[in-house]
Design a protein around this ligand. Structure first.
Ligand code: CDP
Ligand code: MG
Length: 136
């Protein structure tokens, strides 16, 4: 089995889309093996998005991720589950995301695009360690 980090971002929680979004992962036969509603603090958001440090959108991104509670989860499935989750999410810019994907169906923004999913096996491990350091 393989695990990846998946977050319903503050806009998704605020809009009441947790059930809709998690339902799509469950319908795909992925399992939620950990989940916590959490007000992500600035330090954690900065660690999580370290690779974006210095980008023009970085400050606003950190502000957005810490503006309200997010649902932080670990999703489990077969090999390369991170890739399956990324497929369900759709393109980063929701305006261009394919219909049928979470972003394509439910969002239209670039920053406020509802969800985060790890983009590689290495990112998945790094991000799980950031958000669930005590997990065995
Ligand atoms: O989330 P994803 O991996 O698809 O995209 P990313 O390129 O890793 O960017 C991380 C997040 O930064 C995005 O999901 C957006 O919320 C935000 N972003 C932004 O606000 N403006 C951009 N030009 C690019 C990304
Ligand atoms: Mg990314």
């Amino acid at each position: 089995m393989d695990r990846t980090l998946f977050i319903v971002k503050p806009d998704g929680v605020e809009r009441g889309l947790i059930g809709e979004i998690i339902g799509r992962l469950e319908a795909k036969q992925l399992r939620i093996v950990a989940a916590e509603m959490r007000l992500i603090d600035v330090k954690t958001a900065e660690r999580h998005y370290a690779e974006h440090h210095g980008k023009p959108y970085y400050d606003k991104l950190v502000e957005f991720m810490t503006q309200g509670p997010a649902l932080v989860t670990i999703v489990e499935g077969p090999d390369n589950t991170w890739q399956v989750v990324r497929g369900l999410m759709g393109a980063t810019n929701a305006k261009d995301a394919t219909p049928g994907t979470i972003r394509g169906d439910l969002a239209i923004g670039l920053r406020e695009n509802l969800v985060h999913g790890s983009d590689s096996a290495e990112s998945a491990q790094r991000e799980i360690d950031i958000f669930f350091p005590d997990l065995v």
